[in-house]
Design a protein around this ligand. Structure first.
Ligand code: ZN
Length: 499
């Protein structure tokens, strides 16, 4: 270890400890915290985030970071940490501390106002808050923009380095051009897919038991993780010995089954990060998109694959005898792969999912770079759903108020969901050349696939960005055509489409 880095390390450790504390509060907010705790907890989060700002953005740290950049004796992991720190310093250096702290408090409060407005189905109650949040985000992006860089590109870069509007316009262009007609073909195919058996009166206990089984089956380690319940499933990562997932239980069996596999996919990524990197600035997934590629890989490419269920379908039938006893494996697998336009992104099937994201991308771009106003948002949202999916939301809950992201200031986040699916498809076609993918699943050897992902992606944390990872693993730069091919092949077969 380099001496210069040695001197910097205690500051990084303090910053990481504060980050972990904030993450734990956020986790707690969504799972166990009492309803009334919100406002006072927001204050605590605001203060902690101010402390984080102070620890990182100080002269001593800047000095040490500079010395580290000039020191040739750093290891690869140390170099990467200094690179991340330098980016963080650049970001924080542009934003006055009071504004940074005020925004952290506002974002936490805004998420609560959003939740209430959603419950009451009242967009007007949330609109002023959203305007404030957008105001802050535009201001921050303006501070940070370099050489004529667009504000939305600054935001996108936070989630997915290397994917500016220029790259995304091309990606979503391909999505629009290929997926919209594919969906039309599916709808007019006349093929009916049964999925009625997935809806019923399932108890929480039944769902919890199978959820735990599935999480463990795909590689979630309960000695280094816990599973709780929240309104929307998510994963929180403290370090590679403490990764937490949540799930939800409802009357749609597939929703609870596949969200557990999805979150377990996120968790497997974080659990797989090297000990050398965990609890450091590079000790987490490479990017939002790469993270989503792993969760969606587990959920869809593995979890909705017929072979995945061969060894365990009997167990599922036993867990839900009323619903599944008479339903054979093929019927079940077809049912969980049914494509049907819906209003809710998180409930969407693989085919329509990217259209939900496309809509959000177009709206964000207009909100940040164009002249779409918050007031006009609900109407334009509904119009786009009608245009791309052929359905129109009747309520705000099922429309513009459905996602939490904008309330927290996360603009530029949504594209990573669709990119994740596309990364996953590219990895999948490559892996099929390297291993008998379906055969492994059929034999219950998910761990071979998981180990491949750990070795090639997970253990590296943030040492490389997503484009570098794709290139190193598949030998090719990001190529959205694999995703289009994957959806065409999968749904072409399921809905017996020609060509
Ligand atoms: Zn996810």
């Amino acid at each position: 270890m380099s001496k210069t880095f040695d001197a910097l390390k205690p500051y990084l450790d303090r910053a990481m400890a504060l980050k972990a504390a904030m993450a734990l509060f956020e986790w707690d907010n969504e799972t166990l915290a009492p309803k009334e705790a919100g406002r006072l907890t927001s204050k605590v989060i605001g203060i902690l985030s101010g402390e984080y700002f102070g620890v990182v953005n100080q002269d001593k740290v800047k000095e040490l970071a500079k010395a580290c950049r000039e020191d040739s004796g750093l290891t690869q992991a140390e170099k990467a940490q200094v690179r991340e720190l330098s980016e963080e310093l650049e970001k924080l250096g542009c934003i006055p501390r009071e504004e940074y702290q005020e925004f952290a408090r506002l974002a936490s409060e805004s998420a609560r106002v959003w939740a209430k407005a959603k419950e009451k189905d009242d967009f007007d109650e949330f609109a002023p808050m959203l305007e404030k949040v957008i105001g802050f985000q535009k201001k921050f992006a303006g501070y940070r923009a370099k050489d004529g860089q667009k504000k939305y590109d600054v935001m996108l870069n936070d989630y997915e380095p290397g994917f500016s509007m220029e790259v995304l316009d091309e990606f979503f262009g391909a999505v629009k051009q290929e997926i919209v007609p594919l969906l039309t073909a599916v709808k007019s195919s006349g093929v009916m897919v049964r999925d009625d058996f997935l809806t019923g009166e399932f108890t929480d206990e039944q769902q919890e038991r199978i959820g735990r089984f599935l999480a463990e089956y795909v590689g979630f380690d309960f000695s280094r993780g816990v599973m709780a319940v929240s309104a929307h499933p998510f994963t929180t990562n403290l370090h590679n010995k403490d990764v937490r997932i949540t799930t939800h239980y409802n009357q749609n069996l597939d929703s609870s089954l596949f969200s557990v596999i999805h979150e377990a996919g996120h968790a497997v990524y974080e659990l797989g990060i090297d000990d050398e990197l965990t609890q450091t600035f590079v000790g987490e997934g490479a990017s939002m998109g790469m993270h989503e590629s792993q969760s969606r890989f587990f959920e869809n490419i593995i979890g909705r694959n017929r072979n995945f269920w061969i060894p365990i379908y009997g167990k599922l039938q036993q867990a839900f005898p009323e619903a599944l006893t008479d339903i054979g494996l093929d019927l079940f697998v077809r049912g969980v792969n049914k494509a049907e336009p819906g209003l809710i992104r998180t409930e969407a099937d693989e085919l329509t999912y990217s259209l939900h994201v496309l809509i959000r991308y177009e709206l964000e771009k207009e909100l940040i770079e164009g002249d779409l106003t918050v007031k006009e948002l609900p109407g334009v949202w509904a119009d786009k759903y009608e245009e791309y999916l052929g359905i129109r939301p009747e309520t705000m809950k099922e429309g513009v108020l459905q996602d939490i992201h904008w309330s927290q200031g996360s603009f530029g986040y949504f594209p990573s969901y669709a990119l994740g699916s596309a990364f996953g498809a590219q990895l999948y076609y490559h892996m099929k050349k390297e291993m008998d993918f379906d055969g492994l699943l059929a034999e219950g050897k998910v761990e071979v696939i998981r180990e491949y992902l750990r070795e090639h992606i997970h253990k590296h944390g943030k040492l490389k960005d997503s484009r570098r990872i794709l290139k190193d693993v598949t030998g090719e730069d990001f190529n959205p055509q694999y995703y289009v091919r994957y959806l065409k092949e999968k749904y072409g077969e399921l809905y017996r489409l020609k060509g």
